[in-house]
Design a protein around this ligand. Structure first.
Ligand code: PBG
Length: 343
């Protein structure tokens, strides 16, 4: 029988609960594939990489198994070649300093590790999306993310410094700069400086919503960027706050951010979903070092199936509303998603 009109449709949607059999849609793998709501594609993954000063260096980091320190030469180039051959198209670069001072002089140096690595990649990989982290915690002797005055971050000089770093990255050939210092007004300052230097076409991926998280531990060891005193609670967000995330996101959008980052990812899926509902900008979630280390450690102990746990975690981040994901797992995932690996 054909029912015409809204009445009939409504009736179908409100089928009696005892008739409902959601498992019908799970009967075969093909059917499950047809109704799958979220996909995890390698094009949505961004691989973080650590570049160090010097030559011929490729050594394991502590706390981030499988992630290496690489110098801006053949070591770096061959690592990126491997990623590209697996289908990874985007990388996020972090630099380490050869010497630190209170004003992070090396962070914007033309021959700094990041600047050299960006030039090298730009020269060898046409379609690679090169994103650079813009912060100074790995370059300051005190290990904080900005310039200090009386023990706290001084916003104006910090924004000026971040803008100078961003321009040096753009000059080297970065596509997107990703300021992670959580300094007020940093997006506006960086946008102004990029435009003034003629880089109207380079984008800003702002770490708009960045929490003061315990899950950055392995990264700080790897980047040698732990604060020498105190913590980052005066500039990074309180993990207890959700409304504040909307405020931070709205401000960065108004200041000219092209994409918004939310970080960490897994303990903040509610925040990703909420920001998703309020912005039309692309959202990138950062599946941080501690999240990576937890799965790696559990898998090494035989307590978790690594591949299943990683794919489930990253899918949940996409389901929450992230368009792209920065993840140390990207390389492994790209391998698992290659044809022939099944799923
Ligand atoms: C720099 C920065 C940090 C991370 C990314 N950029 C460390 C921090 O804020 O202390 C953390 C990334 C990770 O844990 O994987 N400010």
């Amino acid at each position: 029988m054909t029912t015409i009109g809204n009445a009939g449709v409504d009736q179908r949607l409100t089928q009696a609960p005892h008739d409902a059999r959601p498992t019908r849609l799970r009967r075969t793998a093909t059917l499950r594939g047809l109704v799958r709501e979220t996909s995890l594609d390698v094009s949505a993954l961004i691989q973080p990489l650590f570049v160090v000063p010097g030559r011929g260096i490729a050594r394991e980091t502590d706390g981030l198994p499988g992630i290496r320190h690489l110098s801006a030469d053949e070591a770096f180039q061959s690592e990126v070649s491997r990623l590209v051959s697996r289908g990874i198209r985007s990388v996020l670069l972090f630099g380490l300093a050869s010497s630190k001072d209170p004003i992070a002089s090396e962070s914007f140096a033309d021959d700094g590790a990041v600047q050299r690595a960006v030039r090298l990649l730009r020269q060898h990989f046409d379609d690679l999306l090169i994103i650079t982290d813009v912060c100074c915690c790995a370059y300051t002797s005190h290990g904080h993310c900005g310039l200090l005055s009386g023990g706290t971050i001084e916003p104006e000089s910090t924004v000026e410094l971040l803008a100078r770093i961003a321009v040096s990255h753009a000059e080297a050939g970065a596509d997107l700069v990703a300021p992670s210092a959580m300094a007020d007004g940093m997006v506006r300052g960086i946008r102004g400086a990029l435009d003034e230097a003629g880089y109207h076409d380079r984008g800003i991926l702002s770490y708009a919503v960045k929490y003061a998280s315990a899950f950055y531990g392995p990264f700080r060891d790897a980047a040698n960027s732990a604060p020498a005193f105190g913590d980052r609670g005066r500039y990074q967000m309180d993990p207890a706050n959700r409304r504040e995330a909307l405020r931070e996101a709205a401000l960065d959008e108004a200041e000219g951010a092209d994409l918004l980052m939310i970080k960490p990812a897994l303990a903040y899926l509610d925040v990703i979903a909420e920001v998703r509902a309020k912005t039309t900008l692309p959202i990138v979630a950062y599946n941080v070092s501690g999240e990576y280390a937890m799965i790696k450690a559990a898998a090494a102990s035989g307590w978790l199936d690594e591949r299943a746990a990683v794919l489930e975690s990253l899918t949940s981040i996409r389901r929450a509303g992230a368009d792209a994901i920065v993840s140390y797992h990207a390389n492994d995932v790209a391998g698992w998603l290659q044809p022939g690996h099944g799923r």
